[in-house]
Ligand binder design. Structure first.
Ligand SMILES: [Zn+2]
Length: 335
């Protein structure tokens, strides 16, 4: 059965337990059409609402496949509450095999606050997404490393707003089989969409698992098993939630960017702990002549690095440092 296309303004969900699949559409003033696939599983018993969403950055495939798997894994008769699943948020970018930035307006949608549907295409996309999920109590947003991004698996938790909300957000992270959970207190380093969700009372995390645009079975399973653990943690499914070993990461985000274009030769790998002053890599011209060397500003863990050699310091749409980023670090606090 083909899922029904429904215009955003006329979307109504059933009150009865069951599974409904919709492609929600909304016309942008540019003439471009927003399309967001949404599945709503209404449980037979009362309970909270959880949203699982993925594909905000369209080449981060492990979460997309895990969210899709969740659609058929959860049965209404076993569920307490309501589960919303958005397998791919940025469908336009997904179908164009576009990395990180939205292909229509070149915006980074994680950094957009909802509430501006009259803005650009990405503004309306995020506003539409927010309107779809805003009745949720909890939200898990699955990410991974794009094709150009070699990334460790970890779960950042935005620690913002009331204590109770922070605890709820943290509880969502406990079932993901990743090495690190990172409670993030530094407001400027929390994506504005996460802050808007917290302001609406929605406990949320984003999960980084998978790298270089390759959806491996094991990375997809980490997202999927994490969803099930979260559903058990908040009482929407029966059973003991998984509690894999995790370490807590605390520190300050910093990023090494190039201010000139060139060919990047990284000397570190994701997950490396680098000491202050340690060599991180070099930028050359096309011929291999040295342009610049880069060193760590402080003792840090490499959260990810750009494994793609093409570094373009002139391509910075809306100021976003995606094409000139080299290494993303978390400066470790001395313990
Ligand atoms: Zn992402």
């Amino acid at each position: 059965m083909k899922p029904e296309k429904v215009e955003f303004d006329s979307l109504i969900w059933s009150e009865k337990p069951g599974v409904e699949e919709r492609i929600v559409t909304r016309k942008h003033h540019s003439g471009e059409l927003i399309e967001i696939p949404v599945v709503r599983i209404r449980g037979a018993k009362p309970g909270p609402q959880l949203t699982v969403m993925s594909g905000m950055h369209a080449g981060e495939y492990s979460g997309i496949l895990a969210a899709q798997k969740l659609v058929t894994a959860v049965k209404p008769e076993e569920l307490s509450g309501t589960l919303l699943i958005v397998p791919v948020i940025s469908t336009r970018a997904f179908m164009e095999r576009n990395m990180q930035l939205n292909p229509v307006d070149q915006k980074e949608v994680h950094f957009i606050r909802p509430g501006n549907p009259d803005g650009s295409f990405s503004d309306m996309l995020i506003d539409t997404l927010f309107e779809l999920v805003k009745d949720s109590d909890f939200l898990i947003d699955s990410h991974a490393g794009e094709m150009a991004q070699a990334l460790i698996s970890w779960v950042p938790v935005p620690m913002w707003g009331p204590e109770e909300l922070r605890d709820k957000s943290l509880s969502l992270a406990l079932g993901f089989d990743v090495k690190y959970v990172e409670p993030r207190y530094d407001e400027p380093s929390i994506p504005p969409l996460c802050l808007a969700l917290l302001d609406a009372g929605i406990a949320n995390i984003w999960v980084e698992c998978g790298k270089n645009g390759v959806p491996t079975e094991s990375d997809t399973a980490i997202h999927f098993d994490g969803y099930l653990a979260a559903l058990r943690t908040i009482g929407m499914l029966e059973g003991e939630p998984a509690r894999p070993d995790q370490q807590t990461l605390r520190g300050r985000r910093s990023q090494i960017n190039a201010d000139i274009s060139g060919v990047w030769h990284p000397a570190v790998k994701e997950g490396d702990i680098v000491e202050k002053g340690q060599y991180l890599g070099r930028l050359t011209d096309y011929f291999g002549n040295m342009l610049q060397e880069y060193h760590a500003p402080a003792r840090s863990i490499v959260l990810y690095y750009w494994s793609n050699p093409a570094i373009n310091a002139d391509r910075r749409p809306h100021g976003y440092d995606w094409h000139n980023g080299l290494v993303s670090l978390l400066e470790l606090e001395e313990s």
